[in-house]
Design a protein around this ligand. Structure first.
Ligand code: C2E
Ligand code: CMP
Ligand code: CA
Ligand code: CA
Length: 409
């Protein structure tokens, strides 16, 4: 008694269903809202056309069927019939739908192509003229196949660029707002594309991050920036304060087990002081997990400077400011640019500067385009600035010219 009511409960909880030998589970061309996993028994998949049945497959324990229609939102491509008494677990459409929606767009497109081919294959088996295509299909299945194809092509081009190192580093001067002299520069990557010209990181770094391409690209940036910093320091020996270069490093890059060694080697090969190489990371790095945070701690202990970039735009807790020691803090340009016309942004800038001052962390304001912005930031005791008001990101030779012009006595 007890055991039978238990079985009943388990059945309704795990959505199991039973079919007797010979029973049709679903018919070809019917609407679908679930797939099935065979727990016990055997199932035949067949095509019916003009009264003729053509078997496609025989399935047994552990296999899934009825998945095609719930993935592509069309009608059943074939009939399923119980060959023996069967127990099946029901997989609801929403379980699959959510995963397909979340999947990478390229994976989604490949899935749809495979299903389309399978459907065409079933159709051939069901000669002579059966239509399996239902008129409607779910919008979520594939929103924009053309765009996805473009994305794959773009990705292939980027892969080639990685092999050939078709990148360039531009440098945007960082200015001491009091003395108006250049103290360092931020390295900003560009892709030198044969047809598109210089491509912005906003366009390709997303794809590089989605794939593992960020790792070789990041390695190239580290090596090139270290070489460039060496030549800068050799050329500009007259300055009392040695010039520095900052590079951007993402959370995914910090998860690469070789990154620490890459940075150490690049600094040693070029005989650089590690504190002159500044690593810009964003708050979101803290969401990348323990490995990234540990790597950051190791870099810090080893003597590299660390800048907290885009401050205030990502991760919402301030507690990390006490957990991790940052050498500099960077105010994102979204705050700097709004501060001249938006009172709240101005208050936010002022508050960020107050917090930083209390913590004795110097601040760099990014995206300064207007004199008033610079003035307001100076009034709030912001030490450093960067933006089109001073210079756009420049090729290395122009950066040297800029330095010579700005820093002459
Ligand atoms: P970011 O680190 O916030 O870099 C600052 C961005 O603001 C740069 O865009 C710079 O050109 C732009 N900018 C600076 N001053 C001004 C200004 O006054 N006005 C305006 N409108 N823009 C200004 P860019 O070079 O397109 O870089 C975009 C983002 O790409 C960077 O944002 C950074 O997150 C990423 N990135 C660039 N180079 C690298 C790299 O080598 N490695 C990694 N991981 N990310 C990089
Ligand atoms: P669906 O189209 O939802 O309903 C019929 C199911 O039969 C289908 O999902 C697949 O699970 C299965 N099916 C369709 N074509 C084949 C085939 N060629 N070989 C094996 N199974 C198939
Ligand atoms: Ca940056
Ligand atoms: Ca920024």
């Amino acid at each position: 008694m007890n055991s039978s009511s238990d079985t009943q409960r388990v059945d309704s909880f795990s959505k199991k269903t039973h079919f007797a030998k010979g029973q049709v589970i679903f018919r070809q061309n019917s609407a679908a809202d679930c797939a099935y996993i065979i727990e016990t028994g055997e199932v035949e998949i067949l095509i019916e056309a003009h009264g003729v049945e053509t078997p496609l497959s025989y399935l047994s324990e552990g296999e899934i069927f009825g998945e095609m229609a719930i993935v592509d939102g069309k009608k059943r491509s074939a009939t399923a019939r119980a060959l023996t008494d069967c127990t099946l677990t029901v997989v609801h459409q929403s379980q699959v739908q959510e995963r397909v929606e979340r999947a990478d767009s390229i994976v989604r497109l490949l899935l749809m192509i495979l299903i389309k081919r399978l459907r065409a294959h079933s159709q051939t088996n069901a000669l002579p003229s059966i239509t399996l295509e239902a008129p409607e299909s779910l919008a979520w299945v594939q929103k924009d196949p053309k765009n996805v194809m473009e994305k794959i092509k773009f990705e292939s081009e980027l892969l080639q660029a990685v092999e050939k190192n078709n990148f360039l580093l531009l440098y945007q001067p960082i200015i001491d707002l009091k003395t108006e002299k250049m103290v360092g520069a931020e390295a900003l990557i560009r892709w030198q594309h044969p047809q598109r010209g210089l491509v912005s990181p906003e366009v390709f770094m997303g794809i590089a991050e989605e794939t593992s391409m960020i790792v070789p690209i990041g390695r190239w940036v580290i090596n090139q920036a270290c070489k460039d910093l060496k030549s800068l320091q050799q050329l500009l020996t007259a300055s009392v304060q040695p010039i520095y270069v900052s590079i951007n490093i993402s959370g995914n890059q910090l998860q690469d087990p070789n990154i620490f060694q890459n940075l150490e080697t690049a600094a040693a090969t070029n005989q650089l002081r590690k504190s002159d190489l500044r690593i810009e990371i964003t708050e979101n790095i803290l969401l990348s997990g323990a490995m990234a945070v540990n790597c950051l701690r190791k870099l810090k202990q080893s003597g590299f400077s660390v800048i907290l970039d885009d401050f205030g735009t990502g991760y919402s807790s301030l507690s990390y400011l006490s957990e991790l020691e940052f050498d500099f803090l960077k105010i994102d340009r979204s705050f700097t640019q709004k501060m001249s016309h938006d009172k709240k942004s101005k208050i936010l800038c002022k508050s960020i500067l107050n917090i930083a001052q209390e913590l004795e962390i110097p601040v760099i304001a990014e995206g300064i385009e207007q004199q008033e912005q610079k003035q307001a930031l100076t009034e709030f005791n912001c030490q450093y600035g960067q933006g089109f008001l001073f210079a756009k990101p420049l090729p290395l030779e122009q950066l040297i010219e800029f330095y010579k012009k700005t820093n002459k006595e």
